[in-house]
Design a protein around this ligand. Structure first.
Ligand code: ANZ
Ligand code: ZN
Length: 832
């Protein structure tokens, strides 16, 4: 049969739209008691809240969407069949830059583009048969949603967790907006690929660094439930370092400069001092004579990413500032340099350089011809000669009173001495920076702050929320000095809520990561008007039991959502501190080994696949391709094969006659039942373990087994056949909902199969066959034991010697020999 015929077989025979209608009408996928909680007051069923990361409406759904929602849908459908009250929500992450850029290109309002795409995606989700509870639907670009973004912002603002500061930031010259560090990939804008510039700008931040330690500590709760690599990436991103702060006095300056070091034990080896060239400190420490070269150096810095700046294999550059720092432990004056290998916003933006024991410092020392002084003897060759810094522990040398100590002991001793002298203390630093959330674009949540000359930053009173985006009177075309909201003069100019004087609205909008840091809290009641989320709904459904989405969010979204959850918990609004109990990251759908991209021209169109093979076959193919975490190479899978299998299931279902409906399976063929139940048992276990691809393989086996039973003379009417086919169809409904419901009706049932129960495995049928074993003592039968047919000789020997009848027959005698013929006979010979 050609592929073309296969396609007709599926698409023509199953009326997809009709099934979507049935499920809608029967409210098949609605969680119980979502809106009317009294209705389930006495309901002690466990609840299950399955969330897949909500989509961005960039166009129609693509293959990646089909994959992630296929995976999460299997989990939700399985839970529902297992009798859990299951909530599987859907919403849209509908603010963001692409809408705005598309709108500029097409001369539309970003809203038009966005909501048109949402409508297209919603229809596609229905065509795919994803079992969402549509009552949860939310769009973050609705004023009803972003109002609460503003409310949360103000809450954090009141608690000092939202603040504005000037700092060097990443600026995309093409998108005309700042970018978070996370949005800069190898020095380029994640969105448009332009080389990112460094600019000193005043921006809004959330104080996520206050939560750095808790973000680390609470990972204990996630251990074993989140993929290990994601936990490692988060740990790395938070980047905890312990060491000391040391204050260096500066010659001719009142105020000392503080550095952070992880190696206070190397303090005697500091031979120079380096500050970040782009930190204001560099301009403070430079002498007049050296100002011009410094400014020239700073001018060349733009565009180099942090990763590149820190890279150890990068040639070191810098300029002398003409000033000197004084080493607090020995009073030595060391020259101060500015360089780009020191980051302005890590630690204190300044470091003591110990070239003997830090490779970057050594490279810089070589480039600038500065002295190298070994203070920890590690037994390795002299760094000054080899050019290789020694980082290991060793014996202290050239370090005054600490000489001879092991450097591991010297480290706390030096910290203690610094503390005693009031020039330093033990310290912990995190690589994590505060979350830069302001953006200079239109299509986002307006920041609800009014700037007043007298009162400063004043929060918009909550009863005036939402601060709606202006509908007109603004220009979407961004320029360097004015963000789109800044051009909306009428909207900008308001009265100060505190003093009534003329004031100006903040013209920035929030990064969409703010929207997505709490959306999962609102799903249980997206129309709630008393707060960002319904406390009752949150109590019933949160935290999320299983969160499914892409690995690309390991450092961004997941960290922000964890932070927001903790901040809202601290504000007394949540009863938990971690939002997602369990996390699964699906792989990507790729083509011939490569990520799909327009430039490679290898994009597989989801709608074409659905049109050709039907939604079920596309879903089954996605799942069958491998474990959820693995990439799927669409060139290596066979949707046509899936179509064939699904058609086999449907044919099988149509063969089972009505007369066996309701028949007791125990009256059917027991040999077939045993094999069916062994498979169903394994299928259940693999479902629980999340090995969805293995489940498909077993379901295919089950199909073949049942087909052979029918063809092989047992006949389709045997109650054991019906039992097997029904089990197959119920389990299949997690993967191929249209085919399963179509088959369920063929089997004589009312729809929907999704409202039935997961097949019950009869454990007595899954144990291996038993045989009777005869136990003889000196040739006389003394006992008969029921043993598994596959029992080992050792087990059988032990078992027979434990038999009471055998013990009695042996009495005080000594056993001379035990001959075991597993599984049927054991002969025990006694000594004479
Ligand atoms: C002296 C020293 C001696 C250092 C030694 C290391 C080894 P982590 O581990 O990543 O936290 N450092 C401090 N502030 C810096 C900045 N703003 N930009 C770049 N580097 C900075 O790194 C901490 C170490 O990185 C600090 O310890 C400091 O160098 C450097 F044998 O101080 B160390
Ligand atoms: Zn005022």
């Amino acid at each position: 049969m050609s592929e073309h015929d296969e396609r007709r077989d599926t698409v023509d025979q199953i009326d997809l739209d009709q099934w979507v209608k049935v499920w809608d009408e029967q409210r098949t996928f609605q969680a119980d008691g979502l809106t009317d909680q009294d209705a389930t007051a006495g309901d002690d069923r466990k609840r299950s809240y399955i969330v897949s990361m909500y989509p961005y409406p960039s166009g129609d759904l693509h293959m990646g969407h089909a994959e992630v929602y296929s995976i999460s849908d299997v989990i939700a459908r399985f839970d529902r069949l297992r009798g859990l009250n299951t909530l599987n929500p859907i919403g849209w992450d509908s603010f963001g830059l692409p809408a705005e850029n598309a709108a500029i290109k097409r001369d539309l309002h970003p809203r038009t583009w966005t909501y048109d795409n949402i409508a297209v995606q919603a229809a596609s989700f229905k065509r795919l048969g994803v079992s969402f509870d549509w009552r949860t639907r939310l769009h973050t670009s609705d004023p009803e949603y972003y109002r609460w973004n503003q409310w949360i912002f103000l809450k954090l603002f009141d608690q000092g967790l939202a603040y504005r500061k000037a700092s060097p930031v990443n600026w995309c010259p093409k998108d005309h907006t700042v970018l978070a560090n996370e949005q800069v990939i190898q020095g380029k804008c994640e969105r448009c690929g332009s080389v990112v510039e460094r600019r000193n700008l005043t921006q809004w931040f959330f104080r996520i660094t206050d939560y750095a330690q808790r973000l680390l500590d609470d990972m204990d709760q996630l251990q074993g439930q989140w993929p290990e690599d994601i936990l490692a990436m988060q740990r790395n991103w938070i980047g905890r370092s312990s060491g000391a702060h040391v204050d260096f006095r500066i010659v001719g300056r009142e105020e000392p400069v503080r550095v952070f070091t992880t190696r206070p034990d190397t303090l005697y080896g500091a031979t120079f001092f380096v500050v970040a060239a782009d930190a204001p400190l560099a301009l403070e420490l430079v002498t007049d004579e050296h100002r011009a070269p410094l400014q020239e150096y700073i001018a060349q810095l733009g565009g180099t990413s942090e990763v590149e700046r820190l890279a150890s294999d990068r040639a070191k550059t810098g300029v002398f500032l003409g000033s000197y720092a004084i080493n607090p432990v020995n009073g030595e004056q060391i020259p101060i340099y500015a360089s780009d290998y020191v980051l302005a916003d890590y630690g204190t933006g300044a470091l003591m350089a110990v070239p003997a024991h830090d490779q970057r410092d050594l490279d810089f020392a070589k480039a600038m011809n500065l002295p190298v002084k070994t203070v920890v003897d590690t037994g390795e060759a002299d760094p000054a000669e080899t050019g290789v810094a020694t980082a290991a522990r060793g014996t202290m040398v050239n370090s005054g009173e600490f000489d001879g100590l092991n450097s591991g002991e010297a480290l706390p001793a030096i910290i203690a001495q610094l503390e005693k002298q009031g020039v330093g203390q033990g310290a912990i630093t995190y690589r994590l920076r505060d979350w830069l959330l302001s953006r200079q674009r239109y299509w986002g949540t307006p920041i609800p702050i009014i700037h007043c000359e007298d009162c400063g930053e004043v929060g918009v009173p909550v009863d005036q929320l939402p601060v709606r985006l202006p509908e007109s009177g603004f220009s979407l075309k961004p320029d360097d000095n004015q963000s789109p909201l800044g051009t909306a003069t009428e909207w900008v100019n308001v009265e100060c809520p505190k003093c009534g004087k003329p004031a100006r609205r903040d013209t920035d909008t929030m990064d969409t990561f703010v929207d997505s840091s709490w959306y999962f809290l609102r799903f249980p009641n997206p129309d709630y008007t008393e707060g960002p989320f319904d406390p009752e709904g949150v109590k019933r459904w949160l935290p999320v039991d299983h969160y499914i989405g892409g690995k690309e969010h390991a450092n961004l979204h997941l960290l922000y959502a964890r932070f927001m959850t903790k901040a809202l918990h601290d504000a007394g609004l949540l009863h938990f501190v971690e939002p997602f109990r369990r996390l699964t990251n699906q792989g990507q759908v790729i083509m011939e080994g490569k990520a799909m991209s327009k430039s490679l021209g290898n994009i597989v169109n989801l709608q074409e696949q659905i049109a050709q093979y039907g939604p079920d076959a596309v879903r089954v193919t996605m799942i069958f391709a491998g474990p959820p975490e693995d990439d799927i190479d669409w060139a290596a899978v066979s949707p046509a094969g899936s179509v064939k299998w699904l058609n086999r299931v449907r044919r099988l279902a149509s063969l089972v006659p009505a007369e066996s409906l309701g028949a007791d399976p125990a009256t059917g063929d027991q040999a077939l039942r045993r094999r069916v139940h062994v498979l169903l048992d394994e299928i259940t276990q693999k479902m629980e373990g999340g090995r969805q691809n293995v489940v498909i393989a077993r379901l295919m086996e089950l199909t073949t087994l049942l087909q052979q039973a029918v063809d092989g003379g047992l006949g389709a009417a045997d109650p054991a056949v019906r039992e097997g086919v029904e089990g197959l169809v119920i389990a299949l409904s997690c993967f191929a909902p249209f085919t399963a419901d179509d088959s369920w009706v063929k089997l004589g049932h009312e729809p929907s199969v999704a409202t039935t129960s997961w097949p019950k495995v009869d454990k007595s049928l899954t144990v291996a066959d038993q045989v009777t074993c005869i136990i003889q003592v000196n040739g006389k039968v003394r006992d008969r034991l029921q043993v598994p047919a596959g029992i080992t000789e050792d087990d059988l020997r032990t078992l027979s010697l434990e038999s009471d009848a055998v013990k009695k027959a042996v009495g005080e005698a000594t056993i001379a020999k035990v001959v075991v013929r597993a599984p049927k006979l054991v002969n025990i010979a006694l000594a004479r």
